[in-house]
Design a protein around this ligand. Structure first.
Ligand code: ADP
Ligand code: MG
Length: 317
């Protein structure tokens, strides 16, 4: 990839994509920016929120903004792992098996209601996410980059669902929620949706090659040694917190640094600053933490404990 003749990457490209999302999704700019940073950080996102707040809309808007291969899967209890990955089917004419790729072979995959499929199917998806490849009957097929999964989950619905265990949530780079839009925006959204839905006229502002260039540029963002130690100190702060039953893993640290690098790039910097880490720590870390029962009954949230860990970790100067 390094040998390719590339157009210079501009941090403006990230804002262009974010602005494009903002044309159709009524959500705070910060949320829209985070989903784009997740893409640039080669991550996967879980969007957890109530029904009808624009989760699917956000995923579709991102797919439309990027001229690349999009597919969508609705998770249901009867969905099989092969419905995600693909299967070998027998071709009678050629008298041999051939691989028919599943929906996971896409640049952007929207998995709606990820907690509705059986753990076996969830595990198949999570394996593809982590390995960026699919293995069927002993043959491995790589997933073309960019590859990002946006999974949605409904926080109030537990009946008949299979909540993802923490070990699997850890594989999502970040968890986002959209929330209800402010009054004026919601009124505008209702008007748009009932007259001329803006998604239908949304145009792409980047393609897969642009995304790969951004990914490469983010990888090259410089991380000073003291900054690396700052991230580790932050992780340890969560591990040492008695209010947490489970703190942040090394995998969480990798995700945090990747997203911080993407944010530095978006800010037009070629090095990571402590503010990059602080700004993305909650969406990257909170969903991986398990609160101790006392903290739970004190109605503390994982986000608050991340904020606390940030406040206690000395910032390198
Ligand atoms: N924040 C929002 N911004 C834009 N459209 C929204 C928003 N919230 C809801 N909608 C509209 O409401 C409908 C349902 O949204 P959808 O994305 O399917 O919800 P979800 O996937 O969260 O259940 C769509 O027509 C969508 O355009
Ligand atoms: Mg939906």
């Amino acid at each position: 990839m390094a040998e390719r003749a590339v157009a210079p990457v501009s941090s403006g490209q990230i804002s262009t994509i974010v602005e494009n999302l903002g044309r159709v999704v009524h959500a705070p700019d910060e949320t829209l920016r985070l989903i784009v940073l997740c893409l640039v950080a080669e991550g996967h996102a879980i969007i957890e929120d109530f029904p009808g707040v624009g989760k699917t809309m956000l995923a579709k808007a991102l797919a439309r903004s990027l001229d690349c291969h999009f597919s969508r899967l609705q998770f249901t209890p009867d969905l099989l792992p092969s419905d995600v990955t693909g299967v070998n089917v027998f071709n009678q004419r050629q008298n041999e098996f051939e691989f028919r790729p599943g929906p996971v072979f896409a640049n952007l995959l929207l998995v709606d209601e990820v907690n509705r499929a059986s753990p076996k199917t969830q595990a198949a998806l999570l394996e593809c996410m982590e390995e960026r490849q699919v293995s069927v009957d002993g043959v491995t097929y790589p997933l073309e980059p960019p590859f990002m999964v946006m999974a949605t989950q409904n926080p109030i619905e537990y009946e008949g669902t299979y909540p993802l265990p923490e070990a699997q949530l850890d594989r999502f780079t970040m968890r986002l929620s959209l929330g209800y839009p402010p009054l004026a925006e919601e009124a505008r959204m209702l008007d748009e949706q009932t007259s001329a839905p803006p998604l239908e006229s949304l145009l792409p502002v980047a393609d897969a090659a642009d995304v790969l260039r951004l990914v490469e540029a983010a990888r090259c963002v410089y991380v000073e040694e003291s900054l690396g130690r700052y991230v580790v100190a932050l992780l340890r702060q969560t591990r040492g917190d008695p209010r947490l039953y489970l703190g942040a893993s090394p995998r969480a640290g990798i995700a945090l640094l990747r997203v911080a690098k993407a944010r530095a790039l978006a800010e037009g910097r070629d090095y990571v600053a402590p503010d990059d880490v602080k700004a993305v720590a909650a969406p990257v870390l909170a969903h991986r933490l398990i609160l101790a029962p006392e903290a739970r009954s004190a109605a503390l949230s994982a986000e608050e404990l991340v904020a606390d860990a940030l406040a206690r970790t000395p910032v390198p100067v």
